[in-house]
Write a protein that binds this ligand. Structure first.
Ligand code: ATP
Length: 367
């Protein structure tokens, strides 16, 4: 089991493109660290530099306390699982699984035993005599995983191993990877652009954007207490409301967030008030998840936004009401009675006309 330390690692591709920018992080022994970020943010480049498949332009890579920048891939004791499995097409599943041990000239009887044992654990026992081309995508990825495990490496590197699979298979294999990797206790760095995969699998998540590390922490830390607006927005597949109010503290009586069209008051008893008050006179970024908002009647007296519904969007399990420009998106569990769609249970005439067009025959008159 390896610790992996990256110290200000950069990658500049020929032509001058900076794919990874002075990135530092540490994966502990036995940890499952997920690298998460949008397509093109440099995740695969980083993984390939750790594997030794891509040269490090500057900075240092340490594997288990040893400077590894110039070690050949085979000297790094890592096993990599790719998106497409990358199996040997002319070898059977048995042949693919046994390959790493054959190379290491292990006792053939032992190899046979281990192959069967692992095939059972991965639920691919019945495919042992088939070639990769005859297997489903999920089975191929199981074999790829098995081949990596067979090598008994001190570090697993996985590059989007589930991205070519359908949703059901992804969920199933995700759970199996989590169990397997934890049972083996091998340090694992896992690359994905899928937020759910990252949050469900990881001990810690490292979030990247444009080659720069944005945030690192446990899934709960990065979700509940994101270090940057990018992290907050990226981790919320639902549209996050990112607003930029001015902070004021009139006569020091309370903290007021001035959103222009509306204001929210935080009394000093609110645990967030003190932290926010430090920015008095300036603007802060506030992230409000739609699921943190609910429609309320006009008589509601607590902090609330008020606005006309600009549009309603169907999201399957609920509807989303988008209010006038600059205001939050609010989930509405139970339309199509759009009377509930306004943030404050109140919408102007224009909005009602609009909704009547959206839901002819189902739109009630405003109360
Ligand atoms: P994806 O999920 O789409 O694979 P990624 O986050 O893994 O994205 P990388 O594959 O690491 O991103 O690529 C990062 C950036 O570096 C991209 O803009 C890509 O076009 C660029 N890049 C990758 N390989 C090369 C190369 N050999 N030469 C030049 N640029 C490259």
């Amino acid at each position: 089991m390896s610790t992996v330390v990256l110290d200000k690692v950069s990658k500049v591709y020929p032509g001058g493109f900076l794919a990874v920018d002075r990135l530092s992080l540490r994966a502990e022994k036995g940890e499952l660290l997920v690298l998460l970020g949008p397509s093109g943010c440099g995740k695969s480049t980083l993984l390939r530099m750790i594997a030794g498949l891509e040269e490090i332009t500057s900075g240092d890579l340490w594997l288990d306390g040893e400077l590894a920048n110039h070690l050949a891939p085979r000297e790094r004791d890592v096993a990599m699982v790719f998106q497409n499995g990358a199996l040997y097409p002319h070898r059977t599943v048995r042949g693919n699984l046994s390959f790493p041990l054959e190379i290491a000239k292990a006792d053939p009887l032992l190899v046979k035993e281990r192959v069967v044992e692992l095939a059972k654990a991965l639920h691919i026992e019945e495919t042992l005599d088939r070639r990769p081309g005859t297997l489903s995508g999920g089975q191929q990825q199981r074999v790829a995983m098995g081949r990596a495990i067979m090598r008994q490496p001190s570090l697993f590197l996985m590059d989007e191993p589930l991205s070519n699979l359908d949703a059901g298979m992804r969920t199933e294999l995700r759970m199996e990877i989590s169990q397997l990797v934890r049972a083996l206790g091998v340090t694992t760095i896992y690359v994905t652009h899928d937020q759910v995969e990252a949050l469900t699998l990881a001990d810690r998540v490292a979030i990247m954007n444009r080659g720069v590390l944005q945030d690192i922490g446990t899934p709960a830390q990065v979700y509940n207490d994101p270090a940057t607006a990018f992290t907050a927005a990226f981790l919320n597949s639902q549209q996050l409301n990112l607003l930029s109010p001015e902070v004021r503290t009139p006569q020091n009586e309370y903290v007021l967030l001035d959103f222009g069209m509306q204001r929210l008051i935080l009394p000093w008893s609110d645990p967030r008030a003190y932290a926010v008050s430090k920015y008095t006179g300036g603007h802060i970024i506030v992230g409000i998840r739609p699921d943190g908002l609910k429609p309320v009647p006009e008589s509601y007296e607590g902090p609330s936004f008020y606005g006309r519904v600009r549009t309603l969007e169907y999201h399957g399990h609920e509807w989303m009401a988008y209010l006038e420009a600059g205001l939050p998106a609010v989930p509405v569990p139970q339309p199509p009675d759009p009377r509930h769609a306004a943030a404050n249970g109140h919408a102007g005439k224009g909005a009602w006309k609009f909704m009547r067009r959206l839901f002819p025959g189902r739109t009630a008159e405003p109360p």
